[in-house]
Design a protein around this ligand. Structure first.
Ligand code: TYD
Ligand code: MG
Length: 453
């Protein structure tokens, strides 16, 4: 066997050097070079020469539509996030915190898909007995799923080659390793090499591969960001382990829309899809409380109502604290500055805490208005009316900007039974919704007046 040549790739910019250095010569980042295997020099050239004659260009309109074949995973929610089912031969990366339910979800999906085609579950974390035990708990022990407990890539690939499954789950990409590389399992070089080889296999043999990945404390997939470029679809599994609700979000999808959201509940017998999740993130207390505001957010193709809570409390330190769960802290600081300048509400001597109920992470700017109203409500100790729901983005000049897909949000809020809505003026419905009082606002102070009129 030819000696393996090594190279060093930068995890920040992807630049390659032949020698290890402390600083990447391409992007000047420090300590980002990771060992990896270099492609043999001759191979690429031979490949190019052999293919040179065969290559032809085609006119775009002459390309026949490619009918992607999709496989139902047995869970409507997972199908939705994948864009309508798992595409044959596609590579999916699914990331999430430990214990959030990644192995459970994928085992359930495999059990369903295994009824019609051969499937393989490769676990580098658990033994076959442990997986079988889980299957029994899930009530799917009779499903035809081939199990392989193995950590070495060079032993996994031949099994995939010989058994030719339609779908393979790799649990997890950080715990398998290639014996071609000297670095430890889980290192950037290993993760990238294993993912690249699995992807190559998936594309050649038209095998769907699902890679489970662990998430670091910062919330990104452990290992190089390049993984996200290699694969077709990146899903994130979110949710707090102490609440039963789990969210699966599409972060990148070559075969469907991004930001699509699947909602699950963890039960005694595995993960169940929640078909109508609109109201599950509303933990309205029995009576009106200050510091709570309902937001109509739009995740992917469907609107969702979530409760935003805020607590404003006198600061004891010179630097007041701004802390957010499920919302961006920097964005909160920005909003508080706008609140001061354009509505005259000063919070420089107050700690401000913001929480989005149910472990939901809100990234869209249309949440601004709900956060502001919750903060002001807490500061003034004046509850907002119970039937109120809002959405709208706040600009730096104090204007309330329209949110995309306003009509759908309005309809959803009305359906759940909200009778008062404060929305950007541009999002006002053309025709009044029956039984719902909708106030269109253009500026922040207008919105505050409308909330407590
Ligand atoms: P798991 O799929 O092992 O998580 P991951 O692979 O993401 O690390 O799920 C682990 C948690 O799910 C565990 O804490 C127990 C819980 N669970 C249930 O509540 N019900 C079930 O039926 C199963 C299988 C797990
Ligand atoms: Mg697991």
């Amino acid at each position: 066997m030819a000696r393996v040549r090594l190279q060093y790739a930068c995890t920040a910019c992807g630049g390659v050097t032949v020698k290890w250095q402390g600083q990447c010569p391409h992007c000047n980042a420090w300590n980002t070079l990771e060992e990896g295997r270099a492609e043999p020099v001759g191979a690429g050239q031979r490949f190019r020469a052999a293919n040179a004659a065969a290559q032809t260009v085609v006119a775009m309109d002459a390309v026949p539509p490619d009918n992607v074949q999709r496989m139902a995973t047995g869970s409507g929610e997972l199908d939705r996030v994948l864009g309508g089912g798992m595409v044959e031969g596609s590579v999916v990366l699914i990331g999430g915190d430990p214990g959030v339910g990644k192995s459970t979800l994928l085992l359930q999906a495999l059990a369903h898909m295994g009824a019609e085609r051969p499937v393989l579950y490769v676990s580098a974390e658990e033994s076959a007995a442990q997986i079988a035990l889980r299957a029994r708990r899930l009530g799917i022990e009779g499903a035809s799923v081939a199990l392989l407990a193995e950590t070495e890539l060079e032993r996994i690939l031949p099994v995939m080659e010989s058994t030719r499954p339609s779908v393979v789950v790799i649990d997890s990409i950080q715990t398998i390793f290639s014996s071609q590389l000297p670095s430890a399992p889980g290192s950037v070089a290993q993760v990238r090499e294993c993912a690249a080889q699995l992807t190559r296999f998936a594309k050649q043999a038209c095998v769907g591969v699902v890679m489970i990945g662990h998430v670091t404390k910062e919330g990104t997939l452990a290992g190089p960001r390049v993984l996200e470029h290699i694969v077709d679809t990146v899903l994130y599994f979110e949710g707090e382990t102490h609440s039963s609700h789990r969210l699966v979000r599409a972060f990148k999808n070559r075969f469907g829309a991004v930001n699509e959201l699947g909602v699950f509940a963890m039960t005694e017998t595995g993960l169940r899809g929640v078909a109508n999740p609109s109201a599950i993130f509303l933990s309205r207390a029995g009576r009106d409380v200050a510091g709570s505001c309902v937001l109509v957010t739009q995740e992917g193709s469907r609107p969702l109502l979530v409760e935003v809570q805020a607590l404003v409390d006198g600061a004891n330190a010179p630097n007041p604290r701004r802390l957010c769960v499920g919302f961006e802290t920097n964005r909160l600081a920005l909003l508080l500055a706008v609140l001061h300048r354009h509505a005259g509400v000063a919070l420089f001597d107050q700690d401000v805490f913001v929480n989005v109920v149910g472990g939901v992470r809100i990234s869209e700017p249309a949440a601004d208005l709900a956060v502001m109203l919750a903060v002001v409500s807490s500061l003034r100790d004046r509850p907002l009316s119970r039937g109120l729901a809002v959405f709208g983005e706040l600009g730096l000049t104090g204007e309330i900007r329209p949110a995309p897909r306003g009509q759908e949000r309005l309809r959803e809020a009305a359906k759940i039974g909200f009778s008062r809505l404060i929305v950007p003026r541009a999002n006002l419905p053309r025709k009044a919704i029956e039984g719902v009082a909708t106030a269109g606002v253009e500026r922040l102070d207008e919105a505050l007046d409308a909330a407590w009129d």
